[in-house]
Design a protein. Structure first.
Ligand code: UFG
Length: 331
């Protein structure tokens, strides 16, 4: 049985589908603070997924799950992930992302479960010193969210040495798109991410999409990011799990497409894919946005044999179908 924490969230739920499609038994643990019961219902309609509602900040909640199921490995997504909120309320982030993870890994060690795949982030690198960013790039996060993820990376390294807990730390770049069958999608409240915000502008009345700054040191003046498709990302988690099983060795991998796309390019691609004009205006820069972030993901390709297959257009098309469905359902 694979335990997927945060399996009712965006990336977690897509990973649950990938694992059940590949024949694994899965139990999802989620407090439904940001995840959705409806996502759990969808997953349970697709396959045999167990669900345990609980919060990692209460060690008894997670202890119960390890007592109830025979867990072979953990895929750990459960975390808060809004950079701005983490600056305003670091306590919330350290309590959940760090203290919650400590409860999880201590329970794993207690129950002799020694394999974990962890959702880390390119935010642990901070302001890039060079691009593309490889795994050896110095890690100097510039916000509490990145700090909490880096803390967990340190915890995992130390737990490997002390308790033989093997981990794969996956550092994601920007995640986009959704399940091709539109059963799941990106569903954040509030939504802060680029692609859903562009798409919501075209679907909502009198909404104008806001570009945060166009005087960055990039060819068109807007920020460059690396948009990796969520289904490709989900597959990387399964490959990481297989790698852990075969090699029993901790490691770290960047997950990105290695292609940097500017905000303007993403916006233009949305207009092209949708074949319509989207209302847009340029506003002030958002605090803490580095100009350029894109991955060198050679290591994941070479070692995990990961092949990201879906393009930015694919991600935009699937995200658009999802947004339309949400609106039809009155969400
Ligand atoms: N952007 C806009 N308008 C919007 C939303 C975003 O112009 O309405 C711009 C941002 O300024 C940024 C780019 O689009 O330049 C991407 O922004 P997102 O909010 O979609 O993503 P981020 O790059 O800020 O954040 C992502 C993850 C975080 C992670 C971070 C690492 O969502 O979890 O990468 O830098 F921490």
């Amino acid at each position: 049985m694979i335990l997927i924490t945060g399996g009712a969230g965006y990336i977690g739920s897509h990973t649950v589908i990938n694992f059940i499609k590949n024949g694994y038994e899965v139990v999802v643990f989620d407090n439904l603070e940001n995840g959705h019961q409806e996502t759990i219902d969808t997953l349970q309609n697709i396959g045999n997924v167990k669900f345990e509602k609980g919060d990692l900040r209460n060690i008894e909640d997670i202890e119960k799950v390890f007592n109830k199921y025979k867990i072979d490995a953990v895929i750990h997504f459960a975390a808060f992930a809004l950079v701005g909120e983490s600056v305003e309320n670091p306590s919330k982030y350290y309590r959940n992302n760090v203290f919650g993870t400590l409860n999880l890994v201590d329970t794993m060690v207690k129950h002799n479960v020694k394999k974990i795949v962890f959702s880390s982030t390119c935010a642990t690198y901070g302001e890039p010193q060079y691009t593309p960013i490889d795994e050896n790039h110095p890690q100097n996060p510039i916000n509490p969210y990145g700090n909490t993820k880096l803390c967990v990376e340190y915890i995992l390294k130390d737990y490997d040495i002390a308790y033989d807990l093997k981990s794969i730390r996956l550092r994601y770049f920007n995640v986009a798109g959704c399940d091709k069958q539109t059963r799941l999608g990106e569903w954040h409240e509030p939504e802060t991410h680029l692609i859903p915000n562009i798409l919501k502008s075209t679907l909502g009345k009198n909404k104008t999409f806001k570009i945060f700054g166009n005087d960055y040191d990039t060819p068109d003046g807007t920020c460059i990011r690396d948009y990796v498709n969520v289904e490709d990302l989900a597959e990387a988690h399964r490959l990481a799990y297989l790698y852990l099983n075969e090699n029993n060795k901790s490691d770290v991998f960047n997950l990105g497409t290695e292609q940097g796309d500017s905000v303007k390019k993403v916006f233009d691609t949305c207009e092209k894919v949708l074949d319509k004009k989207i209302p847009v205006e340029v506003v002030n820069k958002r605090a803490g946005d580095p100009a350029k972030l894109y991955a060198n993901a050679n290591k994941a390709k070479d070692i995990l044999k990961w092949k990201p297959e879906r393009s930015l257009e694919d991600s935009i098309k699937s995200a658009y179908t999802w947004e339309c469905k949400q609106i039809q359902e009155g969400k």
